[in-house]
Design a protein around this ligand. Structure first.
Ligand SMILES: Cc1cc2nc3c(=O)[nH]c(=O)nc-3n(C[C@H](O)[C@H](O)[C@H](O)COP(=O)(O)OP(=O)(O)OC[C@H]3O[C@@H](n4cnc5c(N)ncnc54)[C@H](O)[C@@H]3O)c2cc1C
Length: 279
């Protein structure tokens, strides 16, 4: 199928993009890498009257750093993160996750911001950034940018807190210390496919980060605070013992097989983390 007719405008700045969105009465969409949007246009699942191309907008690929946080412009692609073109403040977690997204042609164009805005529950960045406690910075009409915690940014499948005329400008990722360990487990039928279940564990006692997460849940990713506390206090083996029970409690609407699949992903992540700590 072909898309329905639309007008295409190229925004020079993110501010200009938000103005164009605001003036379109809900009939506009931002175009970044196009890897999710273009198929949706062609299937006519999206029929915007206006597309606002932000790929070359100034402010879309800015990098900023201090000793606690590394801010990544939303326009950096999965491939650039995979290749280490920019610094990885997470001691390899971002690079490793980027490498597992789709295949190279998709990674060459798909952006971190586009993936977050699209909010496919099975996508990788939504879960990874929530597990890291990252912050999503969005530009709208107001002077001050809005800041959303990645863990609560996604409301459900393909739905986020982003306002109609807001554009994701950057993602602030906490720096992990040299003591940190992380593990990311994606269960999918073939390498590079969307996940059926994701388990993430990040432990950085020095930076005060202890987070365990079940992702690809069909809604928003689910943090597992009790499992994370047990991980920090008693280690991965003890955390494994309570993970499945907490998953059943925080994801009660999933059927028992799917809950178990998530438990497998989380236990694998914890086991991998255990291996890393032991080395
Ligand atoms: C075959 C295939 C396999 C894939 N496999 C995976 C996978 O395994 N894991 C995974 O995580 N992803 C996967 N993806 C999705 C891929 O990562 C996309 O790149 C990503 O979801 C969208 O990024 P994009 O930059 O292409 O956004 P686009 O397609 O340009 O936009 C997607 C949506 O986000 C909005 N948008 C884009 N950028 C912004 C912004 N800065 N601010 C506000 N709104 C914005 C658009 O308006 C649109 O609604 C796959 C895609 C394909 C085609």
């Amino acid at each position: 199928m072909k898309s329905s007719a639309f007008e295409l405008k190229h925004a020079r700045t993110l501010g200009e993009a938000t103005e164009l969105l605001a003036g379109a009465d809900g009939n506009a969409k931002v175009l970044a890498g196009g890897q999710s949007l273009v198929p949706m246009l062609n299937l006519r699942l999206a029929r915007p009257k206006l597309l606002v191309d932000i790929k070359r907008a100034s402010g879309f690929r800015e990098l900023a750093a201090d000793d606690k946080v590394f801010s990544i412009g939303a326009g950096w692609t999965h491939a650039e993160i995979e290749d280490g073109v920019l610094e990885d403040p997470t001691r390899g977690l971002l690079r490793s996750v980027a490498h597992g997204i789709a295949y190279r042609a998709v990674r060459n164009r798909g952006t971190m911001g586009g993936s977050l805005a699209h909010a496919d529950p099975a996508a990788d960045w939504v879960s990874t950034l929530a597990a890291l406690g990252a912050v999503i910075v969005a530009q709208g009409g107001e002077e001050q940018p809005k800041r959303y915690a990645a863990e609560s940014f996604v409301d459900g499948a393909f739905s986020t807190k982003l306002g109609e005329s807001e554009v994701i400008a950057a993602i602030e990722v906490p720096r992990l210390s040299a003591d940190a360990s992380w593990a990311y487990q994606k269960i999918c039928r073939k390498t590079g496919e969307f996940a059926n279940a994701i388990g993430v564990a990040v432990l950085d006692q020095k930076a005060g980060i202890k987070r365990v997460l079940a992702g690809a849940t069909s809604g928003s990713p689910a943090l597992l605070p009790e499992t994370a506390a047990r991980l920090a206090e008693a280690g991965p083996g003890a955390a494994c013992e309570i993970a499945a029970e907490e998953i059943r409690r925080v994801l009660p609407n999933l059927d028992i097989d799917t809950q178990e699949l998530h438990a497998v992903a989380v236990r694998r992540a914890l086991a991998t983390l255990g291996g890393r700590q032991g080395r």
